[in-house]
Design a protein around this ligand. Structure first.
Ligand code: SF4
Length: 142
């Protein structure tokens, strides 16, 4: 398969928080990640699911808060100048692998669209991520 990004892609997160908000969406996580997030928060797993998660179809997603028409991830912390993730070190794979998702890598147009729609200031700038690394990240998500 030819990968249009064989020269790598530039990406350095500026921590704008835009990928943690926007139109209603889903932040998928699996059981292991659910347990890790509960542990990070210092609460029981059952309490974590009850308070912070909801089921969409057969899969679990983190909840969102609607703020001024935008849907923030429940763990997006806007209390300081730069938004941050309340459980950054335990965040799910979906968050760790952004923006190297299969759907964003489908074509240069899909990549540009993801950058614009988010909008993600970190895409196409900063560190050059080699194709080997992109392939790993791409392979981690469905
Ligand atoms: S939108 Fe891009 S630059 Fe902003 S926090 Fe997310 S990854 Fe970082």
């Amino acid at each position: 398969m030819h990968e249009w990004y064989e020269e790598g892609l530039r990406f350095s997160c500026t921590q704008c928080g835009n990928c943690c908000t926007g139109p209603p969406g889903a932040v998928w996580f699996n059981d292991t990640e659910g347990r890790a997030m509960a542990k990070k928060l210092g609460i029981e797993v059952a309490a974590f699911y009850k308070q912070y998660a909801h089921k969409i179809g057969s899969k679990w997603s983190l909840r969102e808060h609607e703020i001024e028409g935008k849907f923030d991830c429940v763990f997006l912390d806007r209390s300081s100048e730069k938004p941050s993730c309340k459980l950054y070190s335990s965040r799910p794979l979906q968050c760790r692998t952004w923006p190297f998702w299969k759907e964003n890598l489908r074509s240069p147009e899909a990549w540009a669209q993801a950058k614009q729609a988010t909008p993600c200031a970190g895409m196409n700038t900063g560190k050059l991520i080699p194709i080997e690394e992109i392939r790993i990240q791409r392979g981690l998500t469905s």
